[in-house]
Design a protein around this ligand. Sequence first.
Ligand code: 8YV
Length: 325
Amino acid sequence: MADRKPRVLATRLFPLDVEARLTASFDAILNPEDRQYDGPALIKASEGCDAIMCAAGDALTAETIAGLPASVRMIATFSVGYEHVDVAAAAKRNIAVSNTPDVLTDATADIALLCLLGAARRAHEGTTMLRTHNWVGWTPRQLMGVHVTGRRLGILGMGRIGQAIADRARAFRMTIHYSNRSRLPPELEKGATFHADPDAMLPHCDVLSINTPMTAATRKWVNAERIAKLPKNAIVVNTARGGVVDDEALIAALKSGRLAAAGLDVFDGEPRIHKDYYDLENAFLLPHMGSATVDTRNAMGFKALDNLEAFLLNGKTPPDLVKAS
Ligand code: 8YV
């Protein structure tokens, strides 16, 4: 090992146990106030650093990456999604990029089910009625929602998280449809119906769950034309990336009643979400909490550190190396 510890810039205030290991393994520059860096500030802060440990929302654009000091050899993101890192620009600079797959699968699938049930069973209206002292007591017609048992769940993007959502939904006796780049083998498909064409799946979705990464091809994929293909009174759930949905189209369909409800954990341009969401009674909204359990956030941090340690301390390829697609 070199006579100095490699220097790692932590762009965010990470969980305590993660920062304890980060500071033990590396000469860490922490961000105790958790102020988010913009591109120029990130370039400045990474002066003399060997690596950057970042998170979703950090703009590691081609321009920022081009401006990083020559010392930076690795970017480890504390997330499974890596659309905020221009991986092709990093490859050009010979900077390795890693992410944190697998460890947040269950936590995110749990939140997808919370969004599904919260939307279907009008949880936002119920908790608001109660907490604003407007609950007059039980009435036969009160807050009647959508029954999910036996309904069809269409999963757009049947990766690890999509499959974990399907497993949970089967316990609700939902019928699973999915669309994915490639068909899953029977032991993973578990009887779900595969649609090679995602558009062709839409008429079969009483609930559509979005679990596809954000790419140029998926940007605003859920638009007015596609919402029109969903059954009337369908529910849209998004725990992937807000940018996959055209907010104007979704909001219009929720306002008109064309869709029964939506359960959303992620938003385009978050945290500055489309203002019309705030007053939509049939939108069950969460502030990007998919991976927010102590166990999961620690596991994500430890995974990011496994990658940094492999590369910076042991001269190995990071186990979760991400390649430009
Ligand atoms: C993370 C996520 O918490 O890992 C992801 O891709 O969307 C989240 O659950 C967040 O991105 C932290 O960087």
